[in-house]
Design a protein around this ligand. Structure first.
Ligand code: FO1
Length: 319
C-alpha cells in the first residue's frame, strides 16, 4: 500500500512512528514542510525534516521532540562567547553536524531533496522523506511593534524566542509562490493509495506544504482517499501553539473548524478525539466523513491505533 503523509514537525513525526508500526509493509512517502527552515551561522537548518529523520531514525531528543538525544552545546557556548547570536535557538553539537553536511552539499550544487536523501542514508527512517520543494521558502509572521506599527519576523523567532506570546496578524510562506514541488512529490500524490494529514500544525506545517503551487491541486485530484487527524483536542492544541497561528488566519481553535479550514475538496475523512465527539455532526455537514476516536499520542501503541483508525476511515470513504 502506498501512503503519502504531509508532515510538519513534532506532531507529524510522532504520528509517523505510529503509522510505521501500524503499517510495517506500507510504502510511505513523507512530504516534509520546509517553511520552518532558518539560516543560522551560515548553515541551513531544516527543523521539520530533521525532526522526522531523527524521530524515525532513533536519534531524536524524545521529550523535546526536536534536536538530538545526548546533546552537548559547546559550539553554541563558544559562539556566544564571541557574541555571535542568536542564543535563543538551541543548536547542539551533534545537530550542527547535520547542518554542516547539508550546507556543504547544497553549496556543491545538490538540491535539498538529494541532500535529504543522503542524510537519510545514515538515519534510515523507513520512509521516503521528500522536502515539499527544493526552492527556498521561509515562513514569516506579522507582529506588532512598540511604536504601533507592524513587522515580519522569521517563524522560528516568533515560535522560539517569542514563544508565540504576541498576536500573529498574518503568516506568510515567503517564496512559496515561486516554489516548485520537489522531484517525486506530485508523482507520489498521484500514485498514492491513501493520503494522510497527520496532527501537524494546519497553518504553518500542512498549510505551508499546500501553499507550494501544484501540491494542493494534486491532493484534490488524487484518486486516493484523503484523511486527516485533528491536531486540536478539546478546543486546544495538544502541543505547540497552533491556536496562535490559527487565529492569524481566522480559524477558531476547534477540531471542526480545522476540518472546515481544509475543506471537503481536500479532505474525505477527519478523525476527532472522543472529547470532540460533538464535532462529528458539524464536520459531516461540511461534507467530510468524521469519526471520534482517541487521538492522544501518549505512546507508540496509542499512535498506531490512531493510524489504523485513519487507514480504516480511508477504506470507508474510498471512492
Ligand atoms: N524549539 C524550541 O522551542 N527551542 C529551541 O531552542 C529549538 C531549537 C531547535 C533546533 C533545531 C531544530 O531542528 C528545531 C529546534 N526547535 C526548537 C524546534 C523548532 O522550532 C520546531 O520543531 C519547528 O520549527 C516547529 O515544528
Amino acid at each position: 500500500m502506498r501512503i503519502v503523509v504531509l508532515a510538519g514537525g513534532i506532531g507529524g513525526a510522532r504520528f509517523l512512528r505510529g503509522l510505521t508500526s501500524a503499517a510495517p509493509d506500507a510504502d510511505i512517502t513523507v512530504i516534509g514542510n520546509t517553511g520552518d527552515d532558518i539560516h543560522l551561522f551560515g548553515l541551513k537548518v531544516c527543523p521539520d525534516l530533521d525532526t522526522v529523520m531523527y524521530t524515525l531514525g532513533g536519534g531524536i531528543h524524545e521529550e523535546q521532540g526536536w534536536g538530538r538525544a545526548d546533546e552537548t552545546f559547546a559550539v553554541k557556548e563558544e559562539l556566544a562567547a564571541y557574541g555571535v547570536g542568536p542564543e535563543w535557538f538551541g543548536l547542539g553539537d551533534r545537530d550542527f553536524a547535520t547542518h554542516i553536511v547539508r550546507t556543504q552539499m547544497i553549496a556543491a550544487g545538490y538540491p535539498l531533496s538529494a541532500v535529504t536523501e543522503a542524510l537519510c542514508e545514515r538515519w534510515r527512517p523507513g520512509v521516503r522523506l521528500l522536502p515539499m520543494t527544493d526552492d527556498r521558502v521561509e515562513t514569516h509572521v506579522l507582529i506588532d511593534t512598540e511604536d504601533g506599527g507592524r513587522k515580519a519576523v522569521h517563524f522560528q523567532e516568533y515560535w522560539v524566542r517569542l514563544r508565540a506570546s504576541v498576536p500573529a496578524h498574518a503568516v506568510v510562506p515567503v517564496g512559496a509562490e515561486q516554489a516548485k514541488p520537489a522531484p517525486g512529490v506530485l508523482e507520489a500524490l498521484a500514485a498514492a493509495d491513501v493520503v494522510l494529514f497527520p496532527p501537524s500544525n494546519p497553518v504553518v506545517s500542512v498549510g505551508t506544504i499546500l501553499a507550494v503551487p501544484g501540491i494542493r491541486e494534486a491532493v484534490v485530484e488524487t484518486a486516493a482517499p484523503v484523511v486527516g487527524l485533528s491536531p486540536i483536542i478539546g478546543d486546544a492544541p495538544v502541543r505547540g501553539m497552533a491556536d496562535k497561528v490559527l487565529a492569524a488566519v481566522g480559524v477558531e481553535s476547534t477540531a471542526a473548524a480545522v476540518a472546515e479550514h481544509y475543506g471537503s475538496d481536500l479532505l474525505d475523512g477527519w478523525l476527532v478525539d472522543r472529547t470532540d465527539a460533538a464535532a462529528v455532526e458539524r464536520v459531516t455537514a461540511a461534507g467530510i466523513r468524521c469519526r471520534a476516536v482517541p487521538l492522544l499520542m501518549t505512546d507508540t501503541a496509542a499512535t498506531a491505533a490512531m493510524a489504523r483508525e485513519a487507514l480504516a476511515l480511508a477504506e470507508e470513504v474510498r471512492p
